[in-house]
Design a protein around this ligand. Structure first.
Ligand SMILES: Cc1ncc(CN)c(N)n1
Length: 225
């Protein structure tokens, strides 16, 4: 299975996320609200671009079952995952209009542009390769954090974040993406598999950069007046 090979390749990268100060701060609840709000706003506009991948995937699908999987993933992003963001934002007094109006930071823009570019260059398997690290690595982080003492504690402000990304609904969406990746790569020649693997590795590096961007409150290098 292609995703078994991918797991061997990305696990060392994804396990480094667990040592990242931002992720550690989510786990024990010590992450500052300012940093979390930066993630919340940047991630909201990230997810709007990410959701477009699934619309592209639907259009590139060769059968109704594949099309339906992309549509289900799209629905899950817009109405389940982004609801988490809207709820946290409301608790901080931030409206969904304000979230949507966020100016995408440099790393965020580079990451979503990379995904949208590569997704449009190939077939539906390119689209899944671009979105796989996003879904799967968050599920991996959520499940890893959920096992840590204090992470599931109601007093941890980030309890709902951990519960969402480790939860059944998000796990099922992730598994759908994994199954789709395996189905679409069955029988593909090595050269094509290597190209897809490269996209999954690059998006995994972008994931690390996204955590860094939030930890360092980065936007663009020249401060705006
Ligand atoms: C940057 C990023 N990567 C992944 C996910 C999980 N869909 C997310 N919300 N944001």
């Amino acid at each position: 299975m292609f995703t078994e090979r991918i797991w061997q390749r990305v696990e060392p990268i994804w396990s480094s996320y667990l040592d990242h100060p931002f992720v550690k701060g989510l786990a024990d609840g010590t992450l500052s609200k300012e940093k979390f709000q930066h993630w919340l706003k940047q991630d909201y506009v990230y997810l709007i671009e990410y959701a477009k991948l699934m619309a592209i995937g639907s259009a590139k699908s060769r059968d109704l079952s594949t099309m339906s999987t992309f549509a289900h993933l799209l629905h899950g992003t817009l109405f389940m995952e982004m609801d988490l963001h809207r709820k946290y934002a409301a608790s901080f007094g931030i409206s969904s209009d304000e979230l949507e109006a966020t100016d995408s930071a440099a790393t965020n823009t580079a990451y979503t542009s990379y995904m949208l570019n590569h997704a449009q260059r190939g077939g539906a398997e390119h689209v899944v390769a671009c979105l796989l690290a996003c879904a799967w690595s968050y599920n991996y982080i959520g499940k890893s954090l959920a096992q840590m003492p204090g992470a599931r504690d109601e007093s941890n402000l980030y309890h709902d974040w951990i519960a969402t990304y480790s939860g059944e609904e998000f796990t099922e969406l992730t598994n759908e993406a994994i199954r789709l990746m395996d189905a679409l790569t069955e029988g593909k020649p090595e050269a094509e598999l290597a190209e897809l693997e490269e996209m999954i590795v690059k998006t995994s590096y972008y994931e690390y950069m996204f955590w860094d961007m939030c930890e360092n409150l980065e936007t663009w290098p020249i401060p705006q007046k």
